[in-house]
Design a protein around this ligand. Structure first.
Ligand code: FES
Length: 66
C-alpha cells in the first residue's frame, strides 16, 4: 500500500513522518502508519493506493487510478 502524504483537511503536503505515522504541522492532524486519522481536524484517512511488488525486477509499482 502507498499513501498520499497530503493532509485531508486543507491539502498541506508533504506530511511529516513520525514514529507512529504522519503529522500535519499546519493545523495539527495526525495519521497512523496505515493512514487513519488519529488526531486533529482532518476529516478522512489519507488517500491509499494499491501496490505491486516485482521481486525479480526489485520494483514496486503504485497503482494510481487514472
Ligand atoms: S491542513 Fe492538515 S490539519 Fe489542516
Amino acid at each position: 500500500m502507498a499513501l498520499a502524504l497530503v493532509c485531508t483537511h486543507a491539502g498541506y503536503y508533504p506530511l511529516e513522518i513520525t514514529a507512529n505515522g504522519f503529522f500535519c504541522p499546519l493545523h495539527g492532524s495526525s495519521f497512523s502508519k496505515s493512514g487513519g486519522v488519529t488526531g486533529g481536524i482532518a476529516p478522512t484517512s489519507l488517500r491509499r493506493f494499491a501496490t505491486t511488488y516485482n521481486g525479480s525486477a526489485g520494483t514496486v509499482t503504485i497503482n494510481r487510478p487514472a
